[in-house]
Every structure is written in structure tokens, then in C-alpha cells.
Design a protein around this ligand. Structure first.
Ligand code: PY5
Length: 307
């Protein structure tokens, strides 16, 4: 199936073009060296309101701008320009279903030199219909042999394309061993994160998640989970998690824009809790769903209404 079967327009370098025309040259710098930063954002179609709600759009676009700054990609658009461009892209496609939005800022053509200071920066925004990324009833995960890139080698807080080779290797190891998803340890041996998700464990009613210094991406869903869990009355502690704590956790879940909040039911062949999503995990998932569909007024500032 063609990549454009469900996309009419893509925003590229300042304007909308027909999807078929949104292509790049083979000498694009980012293709060779991973010199790009991107975002993943979700939009939820509410049948009840007959509207599409984008979740935490401004926070995602702020992270995109920050990622570009960290990598040293010069960006010729303001935060406001980029937010406006996302809204325009969705409206032009007239989506009336759940979507995923993928903006990318990348080093274009001009030279194969590793010096990106003279290479023009390009930007594109594509959006397309999207369902579940992982099994919503729970995934089986493997702690893989690849370690999460340490932040003394790569600026892992930036959502940068090149860093994703680490995630690709981790996920393919997990899948080829018969699992659904990978968990990577950090350079010290503590739990870092999934291939595309942050990790949370529950022990005796308290929620724990690795700190920023465990080389994680500072997930926006992670921040959402921390805030809404506290709202629901649960304690949330950011601290190092040892690998073996995963095995004896009462519940585990992973969070990310694509993965949303997905229960983990098995780690390295050990069943977690009862082997089905735990009660606390289910409560947070339920609350999260209400929030993204704009059914919780206190969190409506996280929502951008499209139509
Ligand atoms: N950690 C990594 C390595 C990620 O790639 C992601 C998001 C997260 C954590 C969670 O971040 P957030 O909650 O801000 O989304 N991954 C992307 C996503 O859209 C790409 C996944 C293929 O979920």
C-alpha cells in the first residue's frame, strides 16, 4: 500500500504539497548521518464532540525546537509558526479519526561534510490515521543486551533521529527473541527506558520511574502520567530502578505518545503480578483516555481543538 493512501497533503518547507510530492533527494544529509530531530504527536477524534483534539501540541513543538537547538540545527520557524503549520496540515487533510503527527527538522542537501553549519535545514510535517502501536492488553518485554546510549556520548534528551539506531537494535533483539518490546538498561546497569517508551513500576501502591540522568528521553506522556497519578492520589517517585525490581514489581507499564500507556505483563520470562493489567495501571489508563478526548475540564489546556 502506498504511503500516501491515507494522506492528501504534507507540509514541507513552509507550505502544503500533495503527499506524492513530499519526497527528498538521496543526498539528503539526514539520511546519511541521522542529522534530524522529530516529534510524535497524537490527535484524537471525538465522536461525541465531532472534533479532533491534539494532545499537548505546544509541549511537543517546544521539545522539537529544543531538540534542534541541542543538535545545532538552525531553525527558520518560530514555535508559533510550527504549531500553526501542524494545525493547517491536519485541517487540509480533513481527518475524522485518530491520527499520529510526525514533524521532522532535518539537515538537507549540499554537502556530505559532517559540518552541518552550512547545510540548509528543512522541515516537514506529516499526519496520518493511526491506531494502537503496541498490544493494549499488555506486552511481554525483554531486557536486551544493548545499553541505552549514555548522555555523555549522545544528547539523549533530544529526540534525534541518529539516536534511534539504538532503539532499533534493542527492539529487533527483543522481537527476534519472541518478545513484543525491549527495555534498555543505562550505562550503569539501571533501568533506562523502552525502545520508544518510558518505564513505570508499581510496588506497594507507590509508582517509581527512572530519573532523567538514567539517559531517558524526557517523555511528555511520562510527565502526564506523573501529574495525573498524583492527581489520583498515588505517590510517584523518580529514582533508579534495578533490573531485578522489574521481576518483583506488582505492576509495570510503559508510556509514550505512540504506545500511550501500555501494561507490561511479562519481563524476561517472569510473569508480572497476575499476568494481566494491574488495577492501578488500569485506573491510570482510563483517566488518560478521558483526558486525551477532552473529557476532563481541568486538563483542557493540554488540548488543541482542530475544527
Ligand atoms: N523514550 C523514547 C526513546 C521514545 O522514542 C519515546 C517516544 C518516549 C520515550 C516517550 O516520549 P513521549 O511520551 O514524549 O512520546 N517515542 C515516539 C512516540 O511517538 C516514537 C515511537 C516509535 O511515541
Amino acid at each position: 500500500m502506498s504511503v500516501c493512501s491515507k494522506i492528501r497533503y504534507v507540509w514541507i518547507d513552509g507550505g502544503l504539497v500533495e503527499c506524492e510530492r513530499a519526497s527528498v533527494h538521496v543526498l539528503t544529509h539526514a539520511l546519511h548521518y541521522g542529522t534530524a530531530v522529530f516529534e510524535g504527536i497524537r490527535g484524537y477524534w471525538s465522536e461525541r464532540a465531532k472534533n479532533l483534539y491534539v494532545f499537548r501540541l505546544e509541549d511537543h513543538m517546544k521539545r522539537l525546537v529544543n531538540s534542534a537547538k541541542i543538535i545545532g540545527l538552525r531553525l527558520n520557524y518560530s514555535l508559533e509558526d510550527l504549531i500553526g503549520a501542524v494545525i493547517r496540515t491536519i485541517r487540509a487533510n480533513e481527518f475524522q479519526e485518530n491520527i499520529y503527527i510526525r514533524p521532522i527538522v532535518f539537515a538537507g542537501e549540499g554537502s556530505i561534510s559532517l559540518d552541518i553549519s552550512k547545510i540548509p535545514t528543512r522541515v516537514s510535517i506529516a499526519a496520518f490515521p493511526f491506531g494502537h502501536y503496541l498490544k493494549p492488553k499488555g506486552v511481554r518485554v525483554k531486557v536486551v543486551s544493548w545499553r541505552r546510549v549514555p548522555n555523555y556520548s549522545m544528547p539523549v534528551i533530544a529526540k534525534a533521529s541518529g539516536i534511534y539506531l539504538n532503539s532499533v537494535l534493542a527492539l529487533s533483539e527483543a522481537i527476534s527473541s519472541g518478545y513484543d518490546e525491549a527495555i534498555l538498561l543505562d550505562w550503569r546497569g539501571y533501568v533506562s527506558e523502552g525502545s520508544g517508551e518510558n518505564v513505570f513500576i508499581v510496588r506497594k501502591g507507590t509508582i517509581y520511574t527512572p530519573p532523567i540522568y538514567a539517559s531517558i528521553l524526557e517523555g511528555i506522556t511520562r510527565d502526564t502520567v506523573i501529574r495525573i497519578s498524583r492527581d489520583l492520589g498515588y505517590g510517584v517517585v523518580e529514582r533508579d530502578i534495578a533490573r531485578e525490581e522489574l521481576y518483583i514489581a506488582d505492576e509495570i507499564f510503559i508510556s509514550g505518545t505512540a504506545a500511550e500507556i501500555t501494561p507490561v505483563i511479562e519481563v524476561d520470562g517472569r510473569t508480572i503480578g497476575t499476568g494481566s493489567p494491574g488495577p492501578l495501571t488500569e485506573r491510570i489508563i482510563e483517566y488518560y483516555k478521558k483526558i486525551v478526548y477532552n473529557e476532563v475540564p481541568r486538563y483542557s489546556e493540554w488540548i488543541t481543538q482542530i475544527y
